[in-house]
Design a protein around this ligand. Sequence first.
Ligand code: SAH
Length: 275
Amino acid sequence: MHAGLSRLQCGAILPDKTANAVMSANSSEDSNALDPLTRVRIVLVEPSHPGNIGASARAMKAMGLSDLALVKPREFPAAAATARASGADDILVHAKCYDSLQSAIAACGIVIGTTARERHLEWPVVTPREMAEWLAPRAAQEECALVFGREQAGLSNAEMALCHRMVRIPTSADFSSLNLAQAVQICAYELRNAVVVSPATGARVDEPLATTAELAAALDHLQSVMIKVDFFNPERPRLLPIRLQRLLNRSELKRSEVQILRGFLTAIEETLADH
Ligand code: SAH
């Protein structure tokens, strides 16, 4: 269920890689130093105002980002989106629509959520600058996503559990909620700054990270073995599934490490089957 099978096209009909290639070719300023920016996908979850989609596209284009994904937008394509994009229409044309956050981020190795609220103690919450400094070298190698929530309600707990880090833009204590596109702008600006100021030279990881889809499959596997050994009762799940998901997401697991974990789980299953 976590594979990116449910992608719906809502802009031009182009496969992801083609869309990225078109964007890079069109951008005269793209150089190797800015390449990580093409690997950061901006995901808007259920945006209700098409104007915010257009303004987000404009914010992205000004910072050299090009990959926009929309999860169940209320209205898109829309004249209001095009009007607010003010010339960043190409980003709207290539925007891809999905029916769930899982499918929008399935191919990503790193997923960063954003929140206006301070109370998400369960997640490491960082500033946009910290996020950008952490993400810039990783985006040189991994497909990454920056996820923004609904105008009214933000992201759900289940959606936040899919994120490896949460970003909170520091604000005045009594008014913490920015306009969606302005939040996109600040994060995109910091990302650009981090990529331009400290081009991805160091911090290279030798192996690819597991994608969200691979982590979701590992989580399913882990839970099914926990059920078989009577460690976990799915009828009374409590917080265990979400805690395990957070643990996996926080760990920056490499693909090979997930394979070791799954191999171990399979060995347990085989041993159980022999008895
Ligand atoms: N009432 C909502 C506010 C949503 S604002 C809530 O309580 O979450 C819409 C989206 O803009 C948020 O989901 C987030 O993605 C982004 N955003 C707004 N203010 C932000 C802030 N201070 N820090 C980080 N993201 C913010």
